[in-house]
Design a protein around this ligand. Structure first.
Ligand code: AMP
Length: 224
């Protein structure tokens, strides 16, 4: 004799529905974190972050987020944000965290399908590093590598003196450059121990042949 199945209660249906949603979300998050690689290129102005970024984007297809480039775009196009940061940038000081972090968040939101992000010139303060971790976590991912390009102050000064004759950036002028170097050694350098504690920091010697430096950066990335 076949017993008539009990009708599924509303509570049971609700449980099954919630469980399915949870499982789908869990596996999507797991898939995303296993396929995505997010990298921070770290170093003082003139360390070669821009040059290495170009090569890395070509090889790995990263979405490149350079906060310096974004701020320059805003000042050039005279947006509201550009008008707010122009003087700060021209003086060689750091733009306040609140403005920088909200611009970065907007940029992340524009790229929901990114295979991986390459952050160049961000984070420059510990508050920015903490905000970035929060954003990555909310997306079910993380910062996998922080690669610091190790260059001396003397090398940076000589590279920027050369760039000054080509690009004519106001903040490359001697007094502004001094301010940028001071900002690096008083604020930005403190970001390194933050990532060192997390075991994510790698250092690459940043002086010499560009392709050789690139090869050493790739060797780190290829361990993932
Ligand atoms: P960069 O081209 O990366 O050297 O950036 C140029 C300028 O943009 C810096 O000197 C700062 O005024 C501003 N800037 C870029 N990135 C940041 C950041 N993460 N935090 C604060 N200011 C920034």
């Amino acid at each position: 004799m076949n017993a008539k199945p009990e009708p599924t209660s509303f509570a049971e249906l609700e449980f099954q529905y919630s469980f399915t949603i949870f499982a789908v979300h869990f596996f999507l998050t797991l898939y995303k974190s296993s396929t995505m690689v997010n990298l921070i290129l770290f170093g003082p102005p003139g360390a070669g972050k821009g040059t290495q970024s170009e090569k890395l984007i070509q090889k790995y297809g990263f979405v490149h987020i350079s906060t310096g480039d974004l701020f320059r775009w805003h000042t050039k196009n005279e947006t509201e944000l550009g008008k707010r940061v122009k003087e700060i940038m021209n003086s060689g000081s750091l733009v306040p965290d609140e403005i920088t972090i909200s611009m970065l968040k907007e940029e992340l939101d524009k790229n929901p399908k990114a295979k991986g992000f390459l952050f160049d010139g961000f984070p420059r303060t510990v508050a920015q590093a903490e905000a970035l971790d929060t954003f990555m976590k909310a997306q079910g991912t993380a910062i996998h590598f922080v690669i610091a390009l190790d260059v001396t102050e003397q090398e940076v000064r000589s590279r920027i003196a050369k760039r000054r004759t080509i690009e004519n950036r106001i903040d490359d002028e001697e007094d502004k450059l001094n301010k940028r170097i001071t900002e690096y050694f008083t604020k930005t350098i403190h970001v390194l121990p933050y990532y060192e504690k997390q075991g994510r920091l790698k250092t690459v010697h940043g002086i010499g042949n560009i392709d050789e430096i690139f090869k050493n950066v790739c060797a780190i990335l290829d361990t993932k």
